[in-house]
Design a binder for this molecule. Structure first.
Ligand code: ZN
Length: 325
């Protein structure tokens, strides 16, 4: 069996799927054995059908259909292989060919990273919004929020407390593992402008060490508690400071409808939405907010993605409230 024969028969098998007829083309050795047995024996063997009705063996016999085609149209096999090659290439590029076979669909989709494809397609021409969650992670609420974000394919940014991160390191790791940003909200949620510069610096550094021990790297973004900072704090933090442009007041209302309404009333392209993943009502509101905003043409990104798309370089010590176009 030469290379073209092999490619031809394999491709026919692959593309016709489970219900197909499998065509066997005899090997060089088998052909020699057949010759020695004589034409008569071969002919009688070829007339006996196989018991397995789903498989038909087509011997490459003198005068067989395939051989007659092969002899009359020697270019046909090469043409067929080229055609199959083109179809396979188009198929891999996901440009054409609708398949009815689940097997083929699985093969086509498997190498594609779903998240990347969705993000690339959806962000084009969309308004962008960064959901941010402070004060966690909490064992009681954050895992459920992560389930929702995963189900909705919506990345977010978590400004985690060092103290909570130390208590729930596995949730902190899960946040990063599932494509969100795990950022710093300091160690103990102190109002940094009300404590001494040294105490503020200690808090920031302890949080940094906790993130590093838990996640294997330093945080890259910080949100100071209550959004309070001064020049000393900015210098001590020495990272981009991310505040917000949409305040849901979820900590105050603890009411799903109020959180959804507050978000929709203030939302804008490039918004940074402040929420807290430690309240069950916030977690309840998130899927509604995601669905509603998507209907209004928004798509969800992390703070880093939003800054990057809007061409903003995140500079240490600089304070960001939003990334409007
Ligand atoms: Zn906070």
């Amino acid at each position: 069996m030469n290379l073209l024969d092999r490619l031809f028969s394999r491709e026919i098998e692959r593309r016709t799927g489970a219900h197909a007829i499998t065509i066997y083309i005899e090997s060089e050795n088998a052909r020699k054995r057949s010759r020695s047995r004589g034409k008569k024996a071969i002919q009688s063997a070829s007339k006996k059908p196989r018991k397995n009705a789903t498989k038909v063996t087509t011997k490459k016999l003198q005068g067989s259909f395939l051989q007659r085609i092969d002899t009359r149209f020697p270019w046909l096999k090469l043409f067929a292989v080229c055609l199959i090659g083109i179809i396979v290439v188009l198929d891999l590029c996901d440009l054409t060919i609708s398949h009815t076979s689940n097997e083929l669909n699985r093969i086509r989709i498997a190498p594609m990273a779903k998240h990347v494809r969705v993000t690339e397609r959806v962000l084009n021409g969309k308004k962008l919004v960064a959901l941010t969650f402070d004060d966690g992670p909490s064992e009681l609420t954050t895992p459920r929020l992560l389930d929702t974000l995963k189900e909705k394919d919506a990345p977010a940014t978590f400004f985690m407390l060092g103290s909570m991160t130390r208590t729930y390191p596995d949730i902190a790791k899960r946040i990063e593992k599932e494509g969100h940003i795990a950022a710093s909200h300091t160690m103990y949620h102190q109002n940094l402008i009300r404590i001494s510069a040294n105490a503020a610096r200690d808090d920031i550094n302890e949080a940094k060490a906790t993130y590093s021990n838990t996640l294997g790297h330093d945080p890259t973004l910080v949100r100071p508690p209550y959004g309070n900072y001064n020049d000393n704090i900015r210098n001590a933090i020495n990272l981009p400071i991310i505040l917000w442009s949409v305040d849901t007041l979820d900590w105050k209302s603890k009411d799903v409808d109020a959180i959804v309404a507050a978000t929709k009333n203030q939302i804008h392209d490039g918004a940074i939405v402040l929420m807290h993943d430690i309240y069950p009502t916030t977690v309840d509101a998130v899927p509604i907010i995601i669905d509603d905003l998507r209907q209004d043409g928004y798509e969800f990104v992390t703070i880093s993605e939003l800054a990057n798309i809007r061409g903003a370089s995140l500079t240490p010590g600089t304070v960001y409230y939003n990334f409007r176009p």
